[in-house]
Design a protein. Structure first.
Length: 279
């Protein structure tokens, strides 16, 4: 008949025999490196929570004593100086939904809700939040972007577009007179066929620097000018514009024919150059 034996789990440690020494921490056979680490734990001091540069001590040698009050004061003064250099000490919101845009600073047509909901804005706000930007700082950034930086960029782009358009047109209209006459005819055509001032302004905004459209409008304007049946040379009564402008009647305001001659010259240029001469 076999006797049943019950094995004890390995994690049970036998009690030391009566009167004997307890087993060392590392086990019955000896200690361990990890167990020995208990004797190597760093000592803790009452000044460990304060950075070394702020620690203040009194006395020397064995009489040296940590001054908690003086150390705390030194640390506090340093933080106040840091806050002063940082300026606005308002913390960043918990998340980007905490940002509140001052719509009045951004202009009349600014829609804060649409701006905040835009996907690109969300990415921008996340980057600002990661940098710790607070609400006041964010509004300063947006105020500058919308009211100073963006208008300067747009204005610069418009000027460059106008320059590029002029260069392209001068490849077709070589002289200043041709350029002036062509743009004048285009302007006249646009003004004549636009249904109202609003449409005229809209077309000017869209096509004002489009060289192809301006050339097309100039051809239309030329047709309109010819259809009017006015020949600018007939206005002068057989005289040349150069002779009229060089004469005394045109140059002397007191001459009895000054008003009549001046009107002829003015009318001549209005018909010949509807948009005016280039400056």
């Amino acid at each position: 008949m076999k006797l049943k034996t019950r094995l004890r789990p390995l994690y049970f440690v036998d009690e030391p025999p009566a009167g004997g020494d307890p087993a060392p921490e590392g086990g019955a056979s000896g200690g361990s490196v990890l167990g020995g680490g208990k004797n190597n734990e760093p000592a803790t001091n009452e000044w460990d929570h304060i950075e070394e540069k702020f620690q203040v001590f009194e006395g020397e040698g064995d009489a040296k004593k940590f001054d908690l009050l003086a150390s705390s004061k030194k640390q506090s003064e340093s933080y106040k100086q840091l806050e002063g250099r940082m300026g606005d000490t308002e913390p960043a919101p918990d998340d980007i939904t905490g940002y509140k845009i001052d719509a009045e600073k951004m202009g009349e047509n600014f829609n804060a809700e649409e701006f905040m909901a835009d996907e690109s804005t969300q990415g921008f706000l996340k980057r600002m939040h990661a940098k710790g930007i607070n609400n006041a700082q964010l509004n300063d950034v947006l105020d500058y972007a919308f009211n100073e930086w963006a208008p300067q960029l747009i204005g610069g782009n418009d000027a460059m577009t106008e320059e590029t358009c002029s260069t392209a047109l001068k490849e077709v209209w070589k002289s200043d007179e041709e350029f002036s006459n062509g743009t004048g005819l285009a302007f006249k055509a646009l003004k004549a066929f636009a249904s109202n001032d609003s449409e005229f302004g809209s077309l000017m905004e869209k096509y004002g620097n489009d060289p192809d459209f301006i050339q097309f409008a100039a051809r239309v304007g030329k047709e309109v000018n010819e259809d009017s049946g006015v020949d600018p040379d007939t206005i002068l009564g057989g005289e040349s514009i150069e002779a009229l402008m060089a004469g005394e009647a045109y140059n002397n305001p007191k001459h009895p024919d000054h008003a009549n001659v001046s009107a002829k010259v003015k009318r001549y240029y209005e018909v010949k150059h509807p948009g005016g001469l280039a400056a």
